[in-house]
Design a protein around this ligand. Structure first.
Ligand code: 2NL
Length: 318
């Protein structure tokens, strides 16, 4: 350390080359003065930086080589690399908070399922195209990777009597080629409410409150007729475009609306299969894409970015 102090004195001290050069200022012609002064100042700053870096380095070195010594508490600390939450985790927690605020409980199940819980119990005919090898990943033992989290809701209905009010978030799998809006692995949250006198109005209210708490009080929602084997009637759910507020823009392809997912009233055949009295009980269900919601919330242009774990992307979400 004293060696370093001596060297520093030679370059930056009272009798240093640098001070000598500063003394020459008075002999420099007025037009050369600014350039000369600037280059001296730059040299001085650079030298000071070099010495201060070296001082820090040597202090750290002497401390780490001498573990018994009391650490120098005046040293600048080493800042540890900080982790961050994945945007899907952030959005999922928000979704769970919104549904819990409406009295829903969160139910989880298995990624590997059987055909009964993924298709049969959901009134999906044995020749339905979604059962095809081209659409669903089957394992050698005949099980499959769930294509939707309805499987969890089927298991809840098997094991608990109504009233039921749950959401089931989780990973789903479909044999799709990855592109900007498709991925063989994706995330879904389904909602299920079963009780006496549950109506389509309850579905619409739940959808509207969810959208408002998630995207702000100005958002509008609507449902359009559709078809699913497990709901009757079935619908697709839209919300007014978060970018333009409904007036039409590139994001909503001038329509003013963005698709949120599918929904409907639980088909009585599903209740019958699960031994729930379909005369006494009714229910609604819907499914939302978590990845799509994250893309809308964080303005992410390509779904694949969510699965690549590129730190340059993940670091943004502090
Ligand atoms: C979509 C469509 C949907 C359901 C999921 C459901 C679950 C049970 C019974 C009846 Cl146990 N229905 N879930 C209903 C309609 C649509 O998801 O587009 N998801 C992203």
């Amino acid at each position: 350390m004293s060696d370093l102090a001596n060297i520093k004195a030679r370059y930056l001290g009272k009798k240093s080359v640098l001070v000598e050069q500063y003394a020459r200022m008075k002999d420099i012609t007025p037009q050369d003065k600014p350039a000369f002064g600037n280059s001296l100042n730059q040299s001085k700053t650079a030298l000071e930086q070099l010495f201060s870096d070296k001082e820090t380095e040597l202090k750290h070195k002497s401390w780490s080589q001498n573990k018994d010594a009391v650490s120098d508490l005046t040293l600048p600390g080493v800042i540890p690399a900080q982790g961050s939450l994945h945007p899907l985790t952030i959005v999922l927690r928000e979704i769970e908070d919104v549904f819990m605020s409406m009295g829903f409980e969160v139910a989880e199940g298995f990624d590997i399922e059987d055909e009964y819980h993924n298709f049969d119990a959901l009134n999906t005919p044995s020749d339905h195209p979604s059962r095809n090898l081209a659409d669903t990943f089957y394992l050698k033992d005949g099980n499959l990777l769930r294509t939707q989290t309805s499987t969890v809701q089927v298991r809840v209905m098997e094991n608990y009597p109504p009233p039921i009010k749950i959401i089931s978030p989780g990973r789903c799998y479909r044999n799709d080629k990855a592109d900007a809006s498709h991925s063989p692995v994706f995330h879904q949250v389904e909602a299920l409410v079963v009780d006496e006198e549950i109506s389509l109005g309850d579905l619409k209210d739940t959808l509207q409150i969810f959208a408002e708490r998630m995207f702000g009080s100005k958002v509008k929602t609507r449902i359009r007729p559709h078809f699913f084997p497990f709901t009757e009637p079935s619908a697709e759910m839209d919300m007014s475009c978060v970018m333009c507020g409904g007036s039409g823009c590139k994001v909503c392809k001038q329509s003013g609306w963005l698709e949120l997912g599918g929904a409907g009233m639980v088909d009585p055949n599903v209740f019958d299969m699960l031994k729930i009295d379909s005369e006494k009980y009714s229910g609604f269900a819907f499914g939302l894409g978590i990845d799509r919601i994250a893309m809308m919330k964080f303005d992410i242009p390509d779904l694949r970015i969510l699965f690549e774990n590129d730190l340059r992307f993940l670091k943004q979400f502090r």
